[in-house]
Design a protein around this ligand. Structure first.
Ligand code: APR
Length: 282
């Protein structure tokens, strides 16, 4: 149904301020699998690591005892091998037009900055590879030059990262938020500051199953339109926090759902807005 596209285009062409929330789905067309799509998702493809359960790859206790699987994932995911997608470039275009309040992402691939977005326009809620610290051991908390970690990660074999861990007095981890770890303070600061400014919330490529990120949906002011662009319908539960999730089916609802690929929706929206020339220059 064309309503989501029409209503998003009407808001954007009238200068609406936008908060964007993204998940792994927006990077799938860059070649980075998402986590939970059956078959192709990362969590269905970790057999070689014989993890006790898939999400163990981001579990601190598991990492402390068995760092190899996560270090292997770092090697595969380290930024530099992937390009920004049309969806990342659309978010950059919103920034260029002065309409992006902030992009909150769960992704650790830094493709937002690869698309040209300045770091301050992005909140990497689950961290990324910009920095590294010692996670355990007597050196816990020590900052580690991320280039040294990158070199150790990209090297086949364990001797490099074992030497790095010995050098810094413990297990070195890029600043990626593991399950049970606190999200960066910036996440909470920006969530409070940014959402009240939103005329439009656009949520793309996420299953909205991980808190506290998913609960951001409830931060949108009552007058704001909330648009989900996703291959599957998600986010209709209450997210705990006492708020309500999306209510797509209510008469005159401010919640809109476009089922499909984000890149396709973005292409149609850019066309509808007459923004194609600018978009293609991003
Ligand atoms: N366009 C739109 N939606 C897509 C696309 C696409 N091209 N490809 C996949 N999707 C949808 C999937 O249908 C799914 O609903 O994106 C969603 C991806 O969900 P997940 O794989 O669960 O990824 P995400 O929501 O980002 O996971 C959240 O979980 O594992 C932790 O910390 C990790 O940040 C991650 C968090």
């Amino acid at each position: 149904d064309a309503e989501p596209l029409e209503r998003a285009a009407a808001l954007l062409s009238s200068g609406a301020k936008v908060v964007v929330m993204t998940g792994a789905g927006v990077s799938v067309s860059a070649g980075i699998p998402d986590f939970r799509t059956p078959g192709s998702g990362l969590y269905d493809n970790l057999q070689e690591y014989n993890l006790p359960y898939a999400e163990a790859i981001f579990d601190l206790d598991f990492f402390q005892n068995t760092p190899q699987p996560f270090y292997r994932l770092c090697k595969e995911l380290w930024p530099g091998n992937y390009s920004a997608t049309p969806t990342h470039r659309f978010i950059k275009l919103l920034h260029d037009k002065g309409q992006l309040v902030r992009c909150f992402t769960q992704n650790i691939d830094s493709l937002e900055t690869a698309a040209g977005l300045p770091k301050e326009a992005v909140v990497a809620a689950h961290g990324n590879f910009d920095g590294a610290h010692v996670a355990f051991g007597k050196g816990a908390g020590t900052e580690v030059p991320v280039d040294e970690l990158k070199e150790a990660m990209l090297f086949d074999g364990e001797e490099k990262w074992r030497a790095l861990n010995a050098k810094y007095g413990g297990l070195v981890k890029p600043d990626i938020v593991f399950f049970g770890e606190q999200l960066p303070a910036r996440f909470f600061e920006c969530a409070m500051a940014d959402f009240p400014k939103a005329d439009l919330l656009i949520v793309m490529g996420t299953s909205l199953v991980v808190q506290p990120f998913a609960g951001l949906v409830n931060n949108a002011p009552p007058a704001a339109t909330r648009l989900l662009v996703n291959r599957e319908r998600v986010g209709e539960d209450s997210f705990g926090f006492g708020g309500r999730g999306f209510d797509f089916d209510a008469e005159g609802s401010r919640d809109l759902f476009h089922q499909g690929d984000c890149d396709g929706f973005v292409a149609d929206l850019v066309e509808r807005l007459g923004w194609r020339a600018e978009f293609e220059r991003i």
